[in-house]
Design a protein around this ligand. Structure first.
Ligand code: AP5
Length: 203
């Protein structure tokens, strides 16, 4: 299954819930790339500049990373892809069951992403308006410091939105034509959106 949609539409949040509900892993290419970057691997160093500028990391790097992950034993029963594919070339050769297209108005995206914070240690996600930490600047789960993603600055968010329109949005039509697309509004609470997804998938 694929979670498709613009940056900040809630793909990661909903993919995590779907993964728990369906008992199959969530594979987030953004998270995998950030892990590589933190570990300062060859791939992480190559990806870093693209990511901080809001551009897509080159296909050959991302496709080989995903292919490697899909070969692991926990992927045998299927996976939830979050942030992949990002363009028509990345979609080639993928065997897909359903595509959940989460959409959200652009200004709401900028608002949500500008207020996103994450825990530098356990990676728990916060949103300063809708889901703030109990103590300013500290993680509720482990107490570590919260930080802002370097691509969540407003000018980079706007660049990511442009890249989405040019590179990723054509996938909506691509999967719609194949009858695989389920369009879900990304407005409302996390639980309301998840109920809509469950209803649409009949799970
Ligand atoms: P990636 O990490 O995939 O970023 P993205 O697609 O821009 O997605 P986000 O993580 O920003 O948003 P999301 O839709 O997952 O929303 P979330 O649930 O987090 O990619 C980062 C970079 O890596 C790319 O720019 C690129 O450089 C590279 N990359 C990744 N994949 C690639 C690929 N396949 N090919 C090439 N390059 C690739 O929610 C956002 C915020 O809103 C959170 O704070 C959350 O708490 C909050 N929130 C969620 N739902 C709600 C709600 N219902 N109400 C209020 N707040 C909410």
């Amino acid at each position: 299954m694929i979670l498709l949609g613009p940056p900040g539409a809630g793909k990661g949040t909903q993919a995590k819930k779907l993964s728990q509900r369906m008992g199959i892993p969530q594979i987030s290419t953004g998270d995998l790339l950030r892990t590589e970057r933190e570990a300062n691997t060859d791939l992480g160093r190559k990806a870093a500049q693209y990511m901080s500028e809001g551009k897509l990391v080159p296909d050959e790097l991302v496709v080989s990373m995903v292919t490697k992950r899909l070969q692991q034993s926990d992927c045998q029963q299927g996976v939830i892809l979050d942030g992949f594919p990002r363009n028509i070339d990345q979609a080639k050769g993928l065997s897909v069951d359903r595509v959940i297209y989460l959409d959200l108005p652009r200004e709401e995206i900028v608002r949500r992403l500008s207020g996103r914070r994450y825990c530098v240690d356990c990676k728990e996600n916060y949103q300063l308006d809708s889901c703030p930490p109990k103590k300013t600047g500290s993680c509720d789960v482990c107490g570590a410091q919260l930080a802002q993603r370097d691509d969540d600055r407003e000018e980079v968010i706007r660049k990511r939105l442009q890249v989405y329109e040019v590179e990723t949005a054509p996938l909506v039509e691509h999967y719609e034509k194949r009858g695989q697309l389920v369009h879900i509004s990304g407005r409302g609470s996390v639980d309301d959106i998840f109920s809509r997804i469950q209803k649409a998938l009949g799970i």
